[in-house]
Design a protein around this ligand. Structure first.
Ligand SMILES: Nc1ncnc2c1ncn2[C@@H]1O[C@H](COP(=O)(O)OP(=O)(O)O)[C@@H](O)[C@H]1O
Ligand SMILES: [Mg+2]
Length: 371
């Protein structure tokens, strides 16, 4: 899959902007606050239908406008595909594929696969379990269409079950129906756990190899899945463990008025040479770990989708030392990539052997520069 062109209108600080991309490398240079991340975000939303930033949909539309659109032209298996997202203030967004409106946004998933790497991704290591679950959820959603549906369903189930737990002693009928909600929790929760386990096993394999490579086999990266249900094996065993946990801890759940066990408590453990990276890793090791996870993500998508995703490197090069920079640049060969940076000279020098296109972003306007 190759993104050939993007046309954005009234998106964030862009009025009307267009860019025809190179099949291999594209550099977008601009000062801070000019629209580099906004541009990346527009491609990202054409991939999974929502932003990676913590913004509402209304905030994606230019402050002075009511409507916005993002149009991406791509080539997939020799077919031309146009993805169009139309946003309108306080209305539901609309997605069109080759002019046909989709019933559900989730139907767009899998057409434009992308991997984005931003300085914020350091949160995968340093942040709370919420950040790591978010990272895993976004990744799996992109390759497993059913996963997002399961997540939404699970969220509704825990909300409902928590209500029942809270009022367990005051509402008599709750005693009769809690069993059904236990079943819902265990059934849907188990499916999520199994998806995550499969994904994390792949991530472990790829990121482990990449990290060893990156450190010249001097250090070992080991990531693993943590579920408070217990060790994850097969479906039946997970269900048994899950039922066991909620049976044994039921009184505690009633006392606390909340569901204490299940994938909403999951985490990802990242270790370097056997020590937890979050607490014992140096800044450099933490950066290498995130880099390895991101490069692993690319390989998993290639394995699942049969083609490389587009890689979006948003202002991350300045975060990496020379060794890691060169490693990263070496590994994007054959993958369509967009890199943003404030530093033209450094980036141009780093990518001197690439066939590339260079753009300049200033106040929400894109112009191409000759190499
Ligand atoms: N809805 C919006 N309408 C207009 N401008 C916006 C909107 N959302 C963000 N911006 C502006 O976009 C700019 C930031 O763009 P960004 O892409 O993050 O910059 P950078 O080039 O540093 O990555 C800020 O000036 C911000 O005010
Ligand atoms: Mg930025």
């Amino acid at each position: 899959m190759i993104v050939n062109k993007l046309i954005i209108k009234n998106y964030r600080n862009f009025k009307e902007a267009e860019a025809e991309l190179n099949d291999s490398l594209n550099l977008f240079i601009g000062e801070n606050g000019q629209g580099k991340t906004n541009l990346m975000e527009s491609i990202y939303i054409a991939s999974i239908g929502r932003t990676f930033r913590q913004n509402s949909e209304n905030e994606l539309i230019n402050f002075n406008e009511n409507k916005s659109s993002v149009e991406i032209h791509l080539t997939k298996n020799n077919y031309k595909v146009i993805i169009e997202i139309r946003l309108e203030k306080n209305k539901k967004k609309q997605v069109f594929i080759n002019g046909v409106k989709l019933d559900k946004t989730s139907e767009m998933i899998g057409i434009l696969n992308n991997v984005i790497f931003t300085p914020d991704d350091m949160k995968i290591i340093k942040g709370s379990p919420v950040e790591r679950r978010r990272f895993i959820n976004i990744d799996i959603s992109q390759i497993k269409p059913k996963y997002k549906y399961l997540l939404n369903k699970y969220k509704k189930i825990t909300t409902e079950r928590n209500m029942l737990l809270k009022n367990y002693h005051t509402r008599y009928e709750n005693k009769d129906i809690i069993g059904i909600w236990n079943d819902y929790l265990v059934n849907t929760g188990t499916e999520i756990i199994l998806y995550r386990n499969e994904y994390i096993n792949k991530l472990k394999k790829y990121s482990g190899d990449i990290y060893s490579n990156l450190t010249g086999n001097k250090e070992k990266l080991d990531i693993s899945y943590y579920s408070n249900i217990g060790p994850v094996t097969d479906r039946e065993e997970v269900k048994t463990l899950f039922y066991d946990k909620i049976k044994k801890n039921f009184n505690n759940e009633i006392l606390r008025g909340t569901s204490l066990y299940g994938p909403h408590k999951d985490d990802l453990t990242v270790k370097i040479n056997g020590k937890e990276c979050k607490y014992f890793g140096s800044q450099g090791q933490q950066r290498s770990a995130v880099l390895a996870l991101k490069l692993a993500e690319i390989e998993i998508i290639r394995e699942e989708a049969g083609e490389y995703p587009i890689l979006l490197l948003d202002d991350v090069l300045s975060e990496l030392d020379n060794k890691r920079k060169s490693y990263l640049i070496e590994h994007i060969k054959g993958i369509q990539t967009i890199i943003t940076s404030t530093d033209y000279h450094e980036l141009n020098a780093l990518t001197r052997n690439f066939n590339k296109k260079i753009f300049y972003i200033n106040e929400g306007k894109i112009s191409s520069i000759l190499d």
